[in-house]
Design a protein around this ligand. Sequence first.
Ligand code: B16
Ligand code: MG
Length: 216
Amino acid sequence: SKKAFIFDLDGVIVDTARYHFLAWQKIAAELGIEFTPEHNEELKGVSRIRSLDIILKLGNIQASEENKNKWLKQKNEDYLAYIENMDESEILPGVVNILEFIKEKNQLIGLGSASKNARPILEKVKILHLFDAIVDGNDVTNAKPDPEVFIRAAKLLNATNENSMVFEDSVAGIQAANIANMTSIGIGDERILHEAKYNFKDFTFMDTSFIEAFID
Ligand code: B16
Ligand code: MG
């Protein structure tokens, strides 16, 4: 049977992780909270609302629902401004090559993202058509490390969890894939993503033979 290759979006397919960071950093600065790239690792793969809670906790801030909603709205507006002019040049190195190889081999491609902005981003970078199934932040109730997003993607692709491989740049996402018994692939810093079954700095370090070995 066919294998499912499920990709995270932010930080795996496109470098939007830095836009999320910039948008959050602006809010943190307004609240007088120090928010570093190290802190940001905890936000990767985490839903918008959970991300805000983590930042507020960092600053020991108790906020009203009203204020929280205001900051969530502001964060997304800033983020949308950053991604507005994105195009295919912002696809991370080696990604298209791997996607096309999977297609050539007649296997399945899924998206498993926490982002509610996933579809418009895939459209902007012109690879939406390569995906056989998309599960994003609009479809799931439980955020990574809960495996819901990947389990739903595998189901839509008619693949078992064991026949699914997940590409992730976040600790929470690797944990989610592991919990679901999928083959977890860390994309990024292997000191951070050490819980992954395999690690690659980016897709240019992954030979197509690695994908082929999972298919056979
Ligand atoms: P949005 P991924 C995640 O996307 C990001 O890593 C995370 O930083 C962000 O907070 C989350 O999406 C929600 O995104 O605010 O656009 O709904 O990495 O799971 O593709
Ligand atoms: Mg990510």
